[in-house]
Design a protein around this ligand. Structure first.
Ligand SMILES: [Zn+2]
Length: 339
């Protein structure tokens, strides 16, 4: 009984507030005496509360019947949902701690914002051990590269192109010798998107072709035109590195600016034009803004559930290939269509 346990600790008549003080782990005043209690459910509850209190606003308070009641963020918890609420809060605490890290939080700021990038965490679906081993180290920026040395005066330059800092974003997105594989990663995502399209009759879909009437050499990944409905969509797929969400926004805005002149030309002809980007991060990050495009393009709902996960896995798979290619100097031979 809690009251008896508290009584043996304070060695006087127990008041209701003593119960709360005991559970909250108070150590001064009457609680300063050494405990003579053998371990039981109440001593464990006191210890658990004390341990968890620095991490989140959890504690005990008296309810209307003068009974101790568990509170989280100053609101009472019911018995049936206390476990779920505490689990959620502790996850939130550790997630925030990771995001606050300047180096390691930048990828997780994107990948933890939605479920598709993490679909394989519990099940391992569509993911080989090689990719599993790569992606966790890569997301934590612990992949061995010249630029990731934290100390010493060793050479930091890129071993393939000579760029001054061989970091993971450089290798996966900017290193010239890997542009062929980077393009294949892009095409893998684009291929999934094209597969999900269900063009209605009278709709023209052009993949990676110039827009008719323009000789500027620009080839949007997807150009969808419906003469009857007077609608047009210009969409580019990109796989930016997850350098916080701002990198995704910058990539999206860049695409809008790139095709602005084509869009205004079509608008002058009376078309309703959508210019947008479809973004999947190099380490499998999923841009929540893709959802807007999915509904605008009226993609098949059932397939999209699978498509999101496959796209994230594709990006991780190709990024690992790029990394292996970088370190070994040997291109990995794989058919482009192989998932
Ligand atoms: Zn390089």
């Amino acid at each position: 009984m809690l009251r008896a346990v508290v009584g043996r600790r304070v060695r006087r008549a127990v008041q209701p507030c003593d119960l709360v003080d005991y559970l909250n782990g108070r150590l001064d005043g009457d609680f300063a005496s050494e405990s003579v209690e053998v371990t039981n459910v109440w001593t464990r509850l006191r210890t658990a509360t004390r341990r968890i209190r620095p991490k989140m606003a959890v504690g005990w308070a008296l309810d209307a019947d003068q009974q101790p009641q568990l509170q989280l963020n100053a609101s009472a918890l019911q018995v049936k949902d206390a476990e779920a609420a505490l689990t959620h809060a502790i996850r939130g605490y550790f997630r925030q701690r990771l995001l606050n890290k300047p180096d390691q939080g930048k990828v997780y700021a994107v990948t933890s914002a939605s479920t598709p990038p993490n679909h394989f965490m519990r099940s391992g679906n569509f993911t080989r051990f090689a990719e599993w081993r790569f992606v966790h180290r890569a997301r934590l920026d612990c992949v061995p590269l010249n630029g990731s040395r934290r100390w010493g005066n060793g050479v930091k330059a890129c071993r393939r192109c000579g760029y001054e800092n061989e970091t993971l974003p450089h290798v996966l997105n900017h290193c010239k010798p890997h542009f062929a594989t980077i393009t294949r990663r892009h095409n893998a995502v684009l291929g999934r998107l094209v597969k999900a399209l269900k063009p209605s009759s009278g709709t023209t879909v052009r993949v990676n072709q110039t827009v008719p009437g323009f000789n500027d050499g620009l080839r949007p990944d997807l150009f969808i035109l419906n003469e009857a409905e007077k609608t047009a969509a210009i969409i580019d797929v990109a796989t930016p590195f997850e350098n916080r969400y701002a990198a995704f926004e910058a990539a999206r805005n860049g695409k809008k600016v790139k095709y602005d002149h084509i869009a205004s030309h079509l608008r002058q002809q009376g078309y309703d034009v959508v210019v947008d980007a479809f973004l999947v991060g190099a380490l499998g990050g999923w841009d929540p803004a893709n959802e807007r495009l999915i509904s605008q393009l009226r993609l098949r709902r059932r397939y999209c559930h699978l498509m999101r996960r496959l796209m994230c896995t594709d990006a991780i798979r190709w990024s690992r290939d790029i990394y292996v290619e970088h370190v070994t100097g040997q291109a990995i031979r794989r058919r482009p269509s192989q998932p």
